[in-house]
Design a protein around this ligand. Structure first.
Ligand code: OAD
Length: 237
């Protein structure tokens, strides 16, 4: 932990945080890219697109059911808890996440902008009815709505727009913050990754926390290399 990172945090008035799957890795949730990433052994176009769901809803649901079973067994880690405590003590704090696992809320974060939806939400493909659904395993795959149509996971797939309100809040937070912490994301998926240059253009200081360099490391004034579950608690303590 550099003293400069702590100083930047203490000087910040408006703090925004962008998280990705790396922050949940230490809880035991697989990331997407990298050595053990999901996209090493699975093709996103087979599992995480509207076309894949139209083609084979059972296969897509089996994959989401498997991921839900993993997530249901894990616990938030010190990185999630550190961000929840930062929210508690910061008058102006916005947490934006690409994660669908719900671990930020389980750690106590209250205002979370979910750019990619939630794996615990489901939505009817016909009538649009949306519900929380925490059943693991899903009793019937693929599940159906009361109206008879297929129900889909409440996540954002490749090629789909982000939820309007969450994206608006995220853009507003990035444009207005004076410190952006970017933790555990490969910064390869847009538009989420565009929040980083957006914050930089607004004059924000940027701290990246990641095991490795990312395409946006150059935009970050400080790049802290290591585990989010270790660095965030040190930074925020
Ligand atoms: P990725 O799997 O692309 O990137 C995870 C990042 O976390 C990598 O840069 C790792 O180096 C880093 N990382 C891994 N473990 C870490 C740890 N313990 N501490 C700190 N960093 C760590 O995941 P995302 O960036 O979240 O979207 O991926 C973005 C989107 O792509 C996801 O939301 C998902 C995926 O396809 C959709 O499904 C639409």
């Amino acid at each position: 932990m550099t003293p400069q990172a702590k100083q930047w945090l203490s000087e910040a008035r408006r703090i925004a945080v962008l998280t990705g799957s790396g922050i949940s890795a230490e809880s035991g949730v697989p990331t997407f890219r990298g050595q053990d990433g999901l996209w090493r052994t699975h093709r996103p176009e087979d599992l995480a697109t509207p076309e894949a769901f139209a083609r084979d809803p059972k296969l897509v649901w089996e994959w989401y059911d498997w991921r839900r079973s993993i997530i249901s067994k894990v616990e938030p880690n010190p990185g999630h808890f550190a961000l929840a405590s930062l929210e508690d003590r910061s008058p102006d704090f916005q947490l934006v996440t690409q994660n669908v696992d719900g671990l930020h809320e389980r750690a106590g974060s209250r205002r979370v902008h979910h750019l990619h939806g939630s794996i615990w939400r489901v939505r009817c493909t016909e009538c649009g009815a949306e519900n929380n659904d925490g059943r693991v395993p899903m009793p019937v795959i693929p599940p159906r709505c009361g109206c008879g149509a297929l129900v889909r996971p409440g996540v954002v797939w490749f090629g789909e727009p982000l939820p309007g309100k969450a994206w608006m809040e995220a853009e507003r937070a990035a444009a207005a913050c004076d410190l952006l912490i970017v933790a555990g994301t490969s910064a390869q998926v847009y538009p989420a990754a565009s929040l980083v240059p957006l914050a930089a253009r607004g004059g924000a200081r940027i701290i990246e926390i990641n095991l490795e360099e990312t395409p946006l490391s150059g935009v970050a004034g400080l790049a802290l290399r290591g585990k989010a579950g270790e660095i965030l608690p040190q930074l925020i303590s």
